[in-house]
Design a protein around this ligand. Structure first.
Ligand SMILES: Cc1ncc(COP(=O)(O)O)c(C=O)c1O
Length: 418
C-alpha cells in the first residue's frame, strides 16, 4: 500500500496543469461519491445479500426497446451507400427537411429547414455548445433545478454563473420568474427550460410560455427550450415552445430522437428557432464536430416522417405509467399521472412503521434497494423526491403486470410512512 505522500509523488507532471474548471491540481482526487455511483454500489450489495431476489429496476433512464424495425432497415440500406461516407458537417438537407415537416405536422410551426434548423449529435452536445454562443465571463444562465445540468456546467466552463430556479410543488413545478433579482436579470443571457419536465413530469401551460416570451423581450435574455420528452406527453397534445406567439424572436427549441423514437444511442437531434441563433450554434458546432454519420441522419429522417412510431412508444409508456401510479397509490405514496416523460417524481417517504427514518430521498433510495430490491433515483435538490422510471425491461404486458404485482407486494410489506 502506498502512503498519501507517495501518491502525491506519483502524480503525473501535468497534475498541476489541469484547468480550474475541472478541479485544477485537485482533479481526480475527490473522494466524493456521486449519486449514480452510490446507486450502483447499493445494487451490487443487494445482489450479494439476496442473490435469488430479482432487482426491480425503476432507476434506468433509457428507453428499453430498440429503434423501430423500419428505421433500422433504412440504416442498413444507407450504411452501404457510398455517398453517405464523408463528413456531414452541419448536416444533410433530408434530415432538416424531415424536421421541418415534423414541426409543421405536430405543432403547426413553420420553419425554413435551410436556415432555422440544424442537426446535433443528440441534444446533449447542443447544451454543451449553446453557452459558447452567448456566455462571456460573469454572464448568467438561469436553470431550473432539479434538471438536466449540461448547459449550466458549460456556462461555468466559460466563466459564467448559474442561477438556480427551484421547481416546487406549490408553483406547479414551474420556476418563479418573478423571484429573480434585478441584478441577476441584468446579467442573464440564457434561460433554459424543459417541458415536459424531467424529472418532475410536469407540463407548462401556454400562459407560462407566453410570460416567458414577454419577459425575455423585456429583460433581454434568450430562451432555450429542451423538448427531449415532448412526444411522451400524456395529458393532451404535445406543446412546442415555438407555438407561443413571439417565441421565434427570443430563442430556440432543442429536439431529440432519443426518447420519442427509441433512438437513444443513435445520437440525433435538432436545434430549431431563430435563424441567427441557429446559425451561431451551427458555427460553434462546425468548430466542434463534423456532423453525425449521414446514414444515421437519413434513418432519423425516415423516423421523423413516421408518426406511428412515437404514437406506439407513447402508448406503451403511458400504459406502464398508469399501472405504476395505481400501485404506488395503493402502497402509501401519493402520486398522480405525470403530464409527460417516462419518469414518476413522487415525494419520498419519511420512514417505515417499523421505525426506519429517512432524512433525505437518498436514504429512502438506499433502503429500497438494499431491503426491498427496488431501484429508484433520489432527488434532493428541491425537496425530497424519488424518481421511478417506467423504462424497466419487460417483454410483454403480462410481464409488466407480474413486475407490478411483485413491486406492490414488496412495498406493502415495508409499510412506508409519508
Ligand atoms: C431533459 C433532458 N434533456 C436532454 C437529454 C439529452 O438527450 P439526448 O442527448 O439523448 O438527445 C436528456 C437525456 O436524458 C434529458 O432527460
Amino acid at each position: 500500500m502506498s502512503t498519501a505522500s507517495e501518491q502525491q509523488v506519483a502524480d503525473p507532471y501535468f497534475q498541476e496543469l489541469f484547468a480550474d474548471r475541472i478541479g485544477g491540481s485537485q482533479y481526480g482526487k475527490s473522494t466524493e461519491i456521486y449519486k449514480f455511483e452510490k446507486i450502483k454500489r447499493a445494487k451490487r450489495k443487494a445482489l450479494e445479500t439476496h442473490p435469488d431476489r430479482q432487482l426491480l429496476d425503476f432507476g434506468i433512464g433509457e428507453n428499453d426497446a430498440m429503434a423501430d424495425e423500419s428505421v433500422r432497415q433504412v440504416m442498413a440500406n444507407e450504411v452501404n451507400q457510398p455517398e453517405n461516407r464523408g463528413y456531414a458537417d452541419n448536416g444533410v438537407a433530408e434530415y432538416k427537411e424531415a424536421a421541418a415537416r415534423f414541426m409543421k405536422r405536430h405543432f403547426d410551426v413553420s420553419l425554413n429547414p435551410a436556415t432555422q434548423i440544424n442537426h446535433c449529435i443528440g441534444s446533449k452536445p447542443a447544451y454543451a455548445m449553446l453557452p459558447a454562443v452567448f456566455i462571456n465571463p460573469g454572464d448568467v444562465t438561469l436553470m431550473t433545478v432539479p434538471g438536466y445540468p449540461v448547459a449550466g456546467t458549460h456556462t461555468r466552463y466559460y466563466g459564467g454563473e448559474v442561477f438556480r430556479l427551484p421547481l416546487l410543488a406549490e408553483n406547479d413545478f414551474l420556476p418563479d420568474l418573478d423571484s429573480i433579482p434585478d441584478d441577476i436579470y441584468r446579467r442573464a443571457k440564457l434561460l433554459v427550460l424543459n417541458y415536459p419536465n424531467s424529472p418532475t413530469g410536469r407540463l407548462a401551460p401556454p400562459e407560462f410560455f407566453e410570460k416567458v416570451v414577454a419577459l425575455a423581450k423585456e429583460k433581454q435574455f434568450v430562451v432555450v427550450h429542451d423538448a427531449a420528452h415532448i412526444l411522451l406527453t400524456f395529458d393532451g397534445q404535445p406543446r412546442s415552445f415555438l407555438q407561443t406567439p413571439g417565441a421565434m424572436d427570443v430563442g430556440v427549441e432543442v429536439h431529440s430522437m432519443s426518447k420519442g423514437y427509441d433512438m437513444i444511442g443513435w445520437r440525433m437531434g435538432f436545434v430549431a428557432g431563430h435563424e441567427r441563433i441557429v446559425s451561431a450554434f451551427a458555427d460553434v458546432k462546425d468548430n466542434s464536430d463534423s456532423g453525425q454519420f449521414i446514414a444515421t441522419q437519413k434513418a432519423a429522417a425516415a423516423a421523423l416522417d413516421d408518426d406511428s412510431i412515437p404514437t406506439r412508444i407513447n402508448a406503451k409508456y403511458r400504459r406502464r405509467m398508469e399501472k405504476l401510479v395505481a400501485v404506488l397509490n395503493e402502497c402509501g405514496f401519493e402520486c398522480e399521472m405525470p403530464g409527460g416523460t417516462y419518469f414518476l417524481y413522487t415525494p419520498s417517504p419519511k420512514g417505515t412503521e417499523s421505525g426506519e427514518t429517512f432524512d433525505k430521498a437518498e436514504d429512502a433510495t438506499r433502503f429500497l434497494i438494499e431491503q426491498l430490491g427496488i431501484v429508484t433515483v433520489p432527488w434532493d435538490d428541491a425537496g425530497a423526491y424519488l424518481r421511478f422510471s417506467v423504462t424497466y425491461v419487460a417483454e410483454s404486458e403480462a410481464d409488466e403486470d407480474a413486475l407490478m404485482s411483485e413491486t406492490k407486494q414488496r412495498l406493502l410489506n415495508a409499510k412506508f410512512v409519508s
